[in-house]
Design a protein around this ligand. Structure first.
Ligand code: AP5
Length: 214
């Protein structure tokens, strides 16, 4: 099963993608997590990506596409994968389709987690992220057991640099301009499914399982 998670920044793509990966036993591939790991490790890719991410801009397609194409050809992706944060532009979606076509495959589902902009800014201010293992929490909706400490790995949780309100506004603008057109792109392919992302996390997950099958 090959799944794309679509939605605005903070819509809950990552939260749901991790649960989908667990339930269906497929890898969760988050380009945001890959870039953040590279930033943490001080790689050249990380240094380049950070310049864009800190401004709320997209990392250029030429830095993004190849790394995803390499990742989805690894052995653990044989039975499928869930893409979180990729594609984000029409050229990225075309590159993905092209790469899969070469091996006689195609995406199965594009799931749009729909949340209006006004809900997003609130959510982002409350998000806390573990930069060590990638787990995400919310101070109100999904708190850690011990404040500021990741339940999964014990590292410190932080407010991401790009979750500050002015950067969130920029990310929303970029989303509407560059990523939202993908909804029509996948609708035309007949694989778009939409879920109401304003519902509690569990309800959103149940809706997704209703689409993918138990
Ligand atoms: P990325 O990490 O992908 O960020 P994003 O798409 O902006 O998405 P987020 O991770 O911010 O949010 P999410 O939808 O996963 O929400 P979450 O589940 O955490 O990318 C970061 C940056 O990297 C980009 O800005 C760009 O610069 C670069 N980048 C990445 N991919 C790229 C690409 N393909 N091309 C170019 N550049 C790229 O949930 C948010 C919060 O809400 C959490 O606190 C969560 O606990 C809470 N929450 C979730 N669901 C619910 C719910 N139902 N009810 C209440 N709270 C909820």
């Amino acid at each position: 099963m090959k799944i794309i998670m679509l939605g605005a920044p903070g819509a809950g793509k990552g939260t749901q993608a991790k649960r989908i990966a667990g339930k269906y036993n497929i890898p969760h591939i988050s380009t945001g997590d890959i870039f953040r790991a590279n930033i943490k490790n001080g790689t050249e890719l990380g240094q380049k990506a950070k310049q864009y991410m800190d401004q709320g801009l997209l990392v250029p397609d030429e830095l993004t596409c190849d790394l995803v194409m390499d990742r989805i050809q690894q052995d653990d992706c044989k039975n499928g994968f869930v893409l979180d944060g990729f594609p984000r532009t029409i050229p990225q979606a075309e590159a993905l389709d092209e790469a899969l076509k070469k091996i006689g495959q195609q995406m199965d589902y594009a799931i749009d987690v729909d949340v209006p902009d006004e809900n997003i800014v609130n959510r982002m201010g409350g998000r806390r992220a573990c930069l060590s293992c990638g787990a995400t929490y919310h101070v109100e909706f999904n708190p850690t057991k011990e404040e500021g400490v990741c339940d999964a790995c014990g590292a410190q949780t932080v407010l991401r640099d790009d979750d500050k309100p002015e950067t969130v506004q920029k990310r929303l603008t970029v989303y509407h301009e560059q990523t939202q057109p993908l909804i029509e792109y996948y609708s035309k392919q007949g694989i778009l499914k939409s879920v109401d992302g304003t519902q509690p996390m569990e309800t959103v997950f149940d809706a997704i399982v209703g689409i993918l099958g138990a």
